[in-house]
Write a protein that binds this ligand. Sequence first.
Ligand SMILES: [Zn+2]
Length: 355
Amino acid sequence: MPAFLAELLHARGPSGNEAAPAAVWAKAASEFSSASVDVVGTPSAALAPREGSPAPHRRLMIMGHIDEIGLIVTHVDDEGFLWFREVGGWDAQILVGQRVRLITVGGELPGAIGKKPIHLLRDEERKKVAEVRDLHIDIGASSREQALEMVRIGDVAVLDADPVELPNGRLLSRALDNRLGSFVALEAARMVAQAGGVPGWETVAVAAAQEETTFGGSRTSSFSLAPDAAIVIDVTHATDAPGIDVKEAGKHELGSGPVITRGTTLHPKLFDLLCEAGDAEKIAYTVDAFGRNTGTDADAVHLSRGGVPTALVSIPLRYMHSPVEMVDLADVTATAALIAAGALKLDPQTQFARW
Ligand SMILES: [Zn+2]
């Protein structure tokens, strides 16, 4: 695993509290681009067009979101237990029995998501699935007063699940959705920089905040940057995990490379350009399709201002929205290479007219 990716994954950054991973990203970006961060918390990295290209220049935005799903403390009870709600979409079954790291003014704090032991459950309780409203976080406090010395209402938490490398180049971690996308956006920009930039196009890599809750970062960044084209990176369901129906999802196994999406909201010219780049560079990829929105930042980006020609490239991932998200690192590298190759196919003459 590249050191920069490891650092991004160790940083904790649920939606709205992305400062830690954003700082890691912006530091890496500043090595080869002009990096900045906006008031929403979205860092970006701008690269000039290739030297000598004729003005006016256009702007390509390469975006992956940097936030992750988490929890937010809503109440502290008299016994010192914390009650919480979701930041983003959780399956409550995944939360039961997990360790958490709370992000507080005093630093990080460990805790546990508790549930009544199986021995004590009554028959009807055993049949019931857990709901988030029935779960609590135990930080070891013995009273409300003591808990409130450590935690404030509105503090957030993530599950305590740092990255682990597995055989076959596979990586296990929380927050692969979508720290990977932010990583790939910057790595693609780095490759574009090494190639001397895109003729006639400024390239801006963006690590969007708040995707898991509101698409806040992608909406605001695509407004303020006013890109002329955009490539959004996210994760998608790897279809070689048990229980996934390829007839619904298409076939996108771990190790099969990036997934390029066709769909009603995505621009056909950019789709073709990415496929041509993959074919030319011999980067294996698969294709999936959406009839409506994609559930990613692309939904916000393509509707910005008067419309932005947008592409979506995804990395196959198992066990999405859990602390054991799994990816093949070769797919991550290939996704960055595909996007860089696609960006370098743009030129001052590229047109996006539909007809
Ligand atoms: Zn997600």
